[in-house]
Design a protein around this ligand. Sequence first.
Ligand SMILES: [Zn+2]
Length: 238
Amino acid sequence: MRESDRLVTVLTPGFGKIKIGVRGARKIKSKLGGHLQILNHALLVIHSGSAFDIVSGAEAEESFATIKEDLSLLAKSLYLMELTDAIIPEAAPHPDVYDCLLSALRLMNSRKNPDIISACSEFKILQSTGYLPELYRCVSCDTEIIQGAHGFSPRLGGVICIDCEGYGASSSAISVEALKVLRYMSRVETEQVADLNLNLNQQNELNQLLGQLITTVLEKKLNSSVFIEHLTNIRSNQ
Ligand SMILES: [Zn+2]
């Protein structure tokens, strides 16, 4: 790699997450670099190289300009990117995650209910990578959950009945409405969730539950989640 070259991580439908070398990407007039900007959906021509595969052609098909001009949409989109990058290993195809991310960017670029789209996409990424939380039976004793008598345990990966909660299993409260939304998300496509109308408390609860689940799965907090929290605090204090 030369000094003007750059190594970028891209998500592909067929090969999963891969690192590719871009010749001259750091040069100001680099055409390739322009097409490979963050969040871009691009068509790439990739050649095998000795150390890394090298991209020899790139054509941006969608650049999601609306997202890039809106700090809140941008933060949500970067959070989904960071989550994807952290949760899937390199070179393992995940076409479901690819479709989910592309659909999330398109919906957010159309500004259609970005809060719920972002939450649903986080949930779908977890679902596609094998981290779908249990939403119907107690994760501790396997009895069917009775509506209203349950908590949620991110560590055990789902809902927990009131009896098991009492025996010291760590859990947080989850409202009946939030559980219904999660169950709905597990059954339908993200586009359908865009029509849901959640109030601020319900949206906050959903964000908190998903945040706890993601932090538990990844065993760390994502950098962009801290940024989103700051952004939310600034806005709520205005
Ligand atoms: Zn139980």
